[in-house]
Ligand binder design. Structure first.
Ligand SMILES: *Cc1c(COP(=O)(O)O)cnc(C)c1O
Length: 490
């Protein structure tokens, strides 16, 4: 073949891919969770591979990639991956992302993708509703919470400097009054990275004291703050899952005419559940919020969301001045390029729409509650066998230590090698520990039981009898909805 045929008939290739993907997904729940080291080594050997001189049959390429990659994938979309904070892909979201790839819409502007912009508007409105955020907040889709934090903090920087008479978009930070950025040592590193990119400095911050769960301590907020103020709080500490005291932070920030931003990459989704909303009480009173779609909402990578109450501030920070773009007409709901960092981008709101359309309010609430119930089951099982759970398990995160740093590291290595589940290391309040994050829509109680058995064997602990009922303690009614119980799992 000398060129790819422009009239290439996709049907056969896409049907083959559908079969291959369905096979992968069917194997996912029972295969080892880590990537097969031999398959990874096979791909490492691709380095230095010569660039093909010319075209070949597309099907050949797809086959080669699938055959080489499949065993080299980490089963992070599967039900027993508890590393980082991941989440899998809901069926409707995954399938919609295939369609969206075929459509290949550029959702940067209404004129380039009018249908997609309309669907994204609905997806963003539904997110505001389910997250309990103000209906007037401007919103934008990003690659993840990192860029969502950056986007929201750019709006914050605009507003606090505009109030001080400085136009930061025009003049940069030259001649601007110094901004005080207040955050805690428990802020996610992506927040500091965003501050660095915005010229506010990763280290030039007012550090707020935290309590034992990593929440900002409302009783120890400083009285004195100089200059324009931006406060970065979080919903869902990446280790403990705990959220900052938003009501107190709102009062403190407002009294100093500041901007309150919330990084809620996964924790903001507690808002979707009436039973968990207490965790994030007052979060809707902030000025801006960052969250992820690809974590707890379980849409495919990559997808984040930023919301900014002061729409003019976001628009001022992100305005895209291009003489070549046609003026927006009456029919244009909103030009995405005025609200986000990117111009050209995929229509990632389609998958958000699909996830919310297929789960509905109740389905999202059930998914979030189920993950939290699984986390409590983990904590109960670990504690019951004498392991040290280091956090109050208030959400979907469990931090557990197996003795000192060295033996904890050994247990983690054994758990990963066993391959029944995957959990990673963390460092929490001076201790080395293992972190379990339950964020996948597909995780069932049986998965938790199998993972617990494996972890305890690796830790050399005897399993206490599994509890007869899930989630003893706070919120014990959570997480039973729609899940087949698998008692006494293997
Ligand atoms: C994951 C995470 C982020 C970063 O999100 P990305 O989607 O990886 O960019 C920020 N903050 C918190 C609390 C997180 O858990």
């Amino acid at each position: 073949m000398t060129a790819i045929d422009p009239r290439f008939d996709h049907r056969e290739l896409l049907e083959e891919v559908a079969r291959r993907a369905a096979d992968f997904l069917a194997e996912l729940p029972d295969r080892p969770v880590p990537a097969d080291p031999r398959a990874v080594a096979g791909l490492a050997a691709w380095r230095g591979r010569p660039l093909p001189a010319g075209p070949s049959d597309p099907a050949e390429t797809v086959r080669e990639i699938d055959e080489a990659m499949r065993a080299a994938t980490v089963a992070s979309a599967g039900p027993r991956y508890f590393g980082f904070v991941h989440g899998g892909s809901l069926p409707a979201a995954l399938a919609t992302s295939w369609l969206a790839a075929a459509w290949d819409q550029n959702a940067f502007a209404y004129r380039s993708a009018p249908g997609a912009v309309h669907v994204e508007e609905v997806a963003l409105a539904w997110c505001r509703e389910i997250l309990g955020l103000p209906a007037e907040a401007a919103a934008t889709l990003t690659t993840g919470a990192s860029v969502a934090n950056f986007t929201a903090l750019a709006a914050a920087r605009h507003r606090v400097l505009a109030r001080a008479g400085h136009d930061v978009e025009r003049h940069g930070l030259f001649g601007a009054p110094a901004i005080t950025v207040a955050l805690s040592a428990e802020s996610h590193p992506t927040v500091r990275k965003a501050l660095g990119l915005l010229g506010l400095g990763r280290e030039r911050v007012l550090e707020l004291a935290v309590d034992a769960q990593g929440r900002i301590d409302a009783a120890r907020l400083p009285a004195e703050v100089r200059g324009p103020l931006i406060v970065c709080a979080q919903a869902g500490n990446v280790n403990s899952g705990a959220s900052d005291p938003f009501d107190a932070l709102r009062e403190w920030t407002s009294a100093r005419a500041g901007w309150l931003h919330v990084d809620g990459a996964f924790g903001l989704w507690a808002q979707a559940s009436p039973a968990l909303r207490g965790q994030t009480r007052g979060v809707e009173r902030a000025d801006s919020w960052a969250t992820d779609g690809h974590k707890w909402l379980n849409v495919p990578y990559d997808c984040g969301l930023a919301f900014v109450r002061d729409a003019d501030a976001l628009r001022a920070a992100m305005a895209f001045d291009a003489a070549y773009l046609p003026a927006a007409g009456e029919d244009v709901p909103r030009e995405p390029y005025h609200y986000g960092v990117e111009a050209s981008r995929r229509a990632r709101g389609l998958e958000v729409f699909a996830a919310l359309r297929s789960l509905g309010r109740q389905g999202v609430s059930d998914m979030v509650e189920r993950c939290c119930a699984h986390a409590r089951r983990f904590a109960d099982g670990l504690r019951g066998a004498g392991c040290e759970v280091l956090n109050e398990v208030v959400l979907n995160q469990v931090v557990v230590a197996f003795g000192d740093a060295r033996s904890t590291a050994e247990v983690i290595a054994r758990v990963q090698a066993a391959g029944v589940c995957w959990c990673g290391p963390t460092h929490w309040r001076g201790r080395d520990a293992m972190r379990i994050s339950v964020s996948c829509w597909a995780t069932e109680e049986d998965d938790v039981e199998r993972a617990l058995d494996s972890i305890l064997v690796c830790a050399g602990r005897r399993r206490a009898r599994p509890p007869a009922s899930v989630g003893s303690g706070a919120g014990s009614a959570l997480g039973q909805g729609g899940i087949a119980r698998a008692e006494g799992a293997s």
